[in-house]
Design a protein around this ligand. Structure first.
Ligand code: GLU
Length: 432
């Protein structure tokens, strides 16, 4: 008798794959912006869905040798018109085709808004990486890389870290790809350790960039950062670095959160101590001298700067009316729904939209790719200086479009991004 067959828990349903609230949000944002700018209808249709989507299922051997799990992985390339495609790889239990496609579309607008020579892409594996050993994570990464090996490449599609992945995962991807072609190809991924060709400043670039943009927004609104308070949702790579750079600029960080919940102290939290605590204990749990609060309470705290830097779909029609910040600085991708946007507009909240707010990451990734393809290495001042210049320029272009057209910052950023892609598509024409 064969052993009992386990019920297959990860149902695979093509319609459900696409039927994702996040992809719906990305498409609706795009549709809204397309209408506002009077986008050519043929171009609109071409951009509504990704150009290439790859779904793979593959085995992952657990440390208990007999346990082999079938996993689903994705790589989506939204637009191939602008150059190679670019975007991170996410390991999370909720990853599906719709989510990855939404993220790929946002990457297109983000790269275009920043005037980087890339189209958007994203990848992911539906797995909770916190439940994996280091060895399991490595096997999973190498096998997933093999599955998508024909899709990626330094001139084709360049992955990077996203939620649940990091420098080490990028090192394994680089190694797997290099083993296949027979020589070292550092430029196939960005966000690598520096010793493998990673760029100085890449690891903290998203949080640093968000902080530069908050500085610009504060200047525009006439706020002095030294008198501002900030609330940061999420204490991963983006949130922790944003909190760190904000506090270095003199902002009082009064609340932060992570998977263990939120912590609050109106007098201000020491970001250095928070970082030490997380390094030692993995989460913010049991951090002393603060009040424990829920994620919902955290978002609704009165503050000058609110930086959602965790998951999507956090500020919704339900809670947007109770958001009391002056600047909403989006570090996460897709944290705000369409209904929430309308309410925030009505309440005069100044939004630094995700495709601008977290663009520091991919911009530093671009620098890394440029350095790798030329086998040169820039110093940290050069990286940060260039990062600042590109982000401030993009902020000014977005703000200028927002004020001159009387539209909000999100629509302005989207239109900035879409417009260049549309121009490029019209100039290249239709093949054949
Ligand atoms: N995953 C990051 C993002 O959403 C970075 C992508 C990259 O560096 O290519 O922008």
């Amino acid at each position: 008798m064969p052993a009992e067959i386990r019920p297959f828990e990860q149902s695979f349903n093509v319609e459900a794959e696409w039927d994702s609230p996040m992809f719906g949000l990305a498409q609706q944002q795009f549709t809204g912006a397309a209408k506002m700018m009077g986008l050519d209808e043929n171009i609109y249709e071409r951009l509504l869905f990704p150009q290439r989507t790859q779904i793979v299922s593959f085995p992952c051997r657990r440390d208990a040798y007999g346990e082999v799990e079938t996993l689903f992985g994705y790589r989506v390339q939204h637009v191939l018109t602008m150059g190679p495609t670019k975007g991170g790889i996410r390991y999370h239990q909720d990853v599906n085709l719709g989510e990855v496609s939404a993220l790929a579309m946002w990457m297109t607008w983000k790269c275009s808004l920043m005037r980087l020579p890339f189209g958007g892409a994203k990848g992911g594996v539906r797995i909770d990486p916190t439940q994996l050993s280091r060895a399991e994570l490595q096997r999973l990464t190498r096998r997933y890389t093999m599955e998508i090996i024909d899709t990626i490449g330094p001139d084709r599609d360049i992955p990077a870290p996203d939620m649940g992945t990091n420098e080490q995962v990028m090192a394994w991807i680089m190694d797997t790809y290099s083993q296949q072609v027979g020589y070292a190809v550092p430029e196939v991924v960005t966000g690598k350790p520096t010793v493998l060709g990673g760029s100085h400043g890449r690891a903290e670039a998203t949080g640093r960039g968000l902080c530069y943009l908050i500085g610009e927004a504060a200047d525009h609104l006439g706020l002095e950062l030294e008198r501002c308070t900030a609330v940061v949702q999420g204490f991963g790579n983006v949130g922790s670095n944003a909190a760190r750079f904000l506090s270095e600029r003199g902002v009082r960080v009064i609340a932060v959160s992570d998977v263990s919940g939120g912590i609050y102290n109106q007098r201000g939290l020491s970001v250095g101590s928070l970082l030490d605590h997380v390094r030692e204990h993995r989460t913010l749990e049991n951090f002393p001298d603060c009040e424990r609060i829920s994620n919902d309470e955290l978002l609704e705290l009165e503050c000058d700067i609110l930086a959602p830097a965790a998951l999507q779909n956090q500020i919704t029609g339900e809670n947007a009316g109770r958001i009391k910040c002056q600047i909403l600085a989006e570090g996460a991708n897709g944290p705000t729904t369409l209904e929430a946007d309308a309410i925030l507009d009505g309440n005069g909240v100044f939004v630094i939209p995700d495709i601008l707010g977290n663009a520091g990451g991919v911009t530093a990734s671009y620098f890394e790719w440029v350095q790798d393809t030329q086998s040169i290495s820039w110093g940290i001042e050069e990286v940060n200086g260039r990062l600042r210049t590109l982000l401030v320029e993009a902020f000014k272009r977005t703000l200028q479009r927002s004020t001159s057209s009387g539209i909000n910052m999100r629509s302005a950023a989207l239109i900035e991004g879409i417009e260049r892609v549309a121009q490029a598509k019209l100039l290249r024409g239709v093949f054949p």
